[in-house]
Design a protein. Sequence first.
Length: 404
Amino acid sequence: MDGGVGFSISFWIPTAVLSAALVIKLPTIIRLWKDPLLRAVGGLLLLACSVFLFVAPSTIAWTNRVTGVPNISAPWVYSLLTAFCGSCLLLIIAWRNGLSDRSAETRRATRWVIGVYSGVIVALWVLFALADVPVERLTDLDTYYANTPFMREEILLYLLAHAVAVLITSRLLWDWVRTDGLDAWLRSGLTSLCVGYGLNLIFAVSKLAAVVARWTGHDLDRLSTGVAPPVACLSAIAIAVGFILPHVGQYLHDRWRVRLAHQELRPLYLLTRSVHGGGVPRLPRGTAELRLTRRETFIRDVLLPLARHIDEESRARSYAAALTLGLPPERAKALAAAIAIQDAVDGTRGRFAGDGAAEDAEPTGHADTTDLLQEIGAVSRALRSPHDIDAVRTLATAPAAEVR
């Protein structure tokens, strides 16, 4: 059953996804090239891309034609898949235990994986050299040659090596996912890897069932040619997502956090800009982090001289009023600071020079600027609640008898 163009197209989807994962990881790998774990991830993704590149029927036909050896793609693809499985085990061992783990158990496991899977790759080529496989098969080689001496052993060897690696890797990943204290993005990535390797196990079982059926005189070839390939494609996509999700998710989370912080500072920024007479120059090509830093710097530069004109007694009354209204201490503190800054702005508006100084304004107090400059985010959020500010201001300025 030779494969057609429609069948081969499905293999390019996981190849594209895995390539995208490699491209996403590549800048970090290059920047931190001395990190062995990052190099291992890059090598693993490259191997996975190679597997799906060379397993496509069109590539199989091209490889056989270029080398002039019928079915030589079989040991080549089997070797790539075996190397991928061994690399998965090595990566998970190093990733979970950490590079600093030099225990005898870790070293023994690493040597065992390298030794066994290197031996399997050598055996695959030896068995292929001994086998007689003259008829080219593009999609059903496993079942077509299931009873051929030496090729039978080669097929069984690569499938068993694959199944064992998938089982061990899945178990290690599952144990890791269930540990406490994992970052949410890392846990999500590990879960996706678990799904990917679980699908890989279905692939191996489907192939083995089809091969064993041939041994017993039955025909379950559909498991090998119809079920296993799409399962392998889904597995590759899940594995690619598992590797890129922690990186991309954390990146997007950080970008969202920076943009949110920038937006949260807008009320306080507009208030201080009304005093200063100008704002932060626009930077159309500036990064989100740079824009946030410039906005924070601008606000603090204005608040520093403005703090000299804050009435600390009024601020204390506002804080007490906010507590009386039942607001939490941190919220009360932010509202009191917001009201104090508004009052200071009203008292000094128009007196600030272009550089933000207010030397001609008469100081009304000696405010502690430490908390004020550090909590600009909370103060800016408080400015978004004019009803709370009005309620606190009304209570703080009410006569003592009315408050009681």
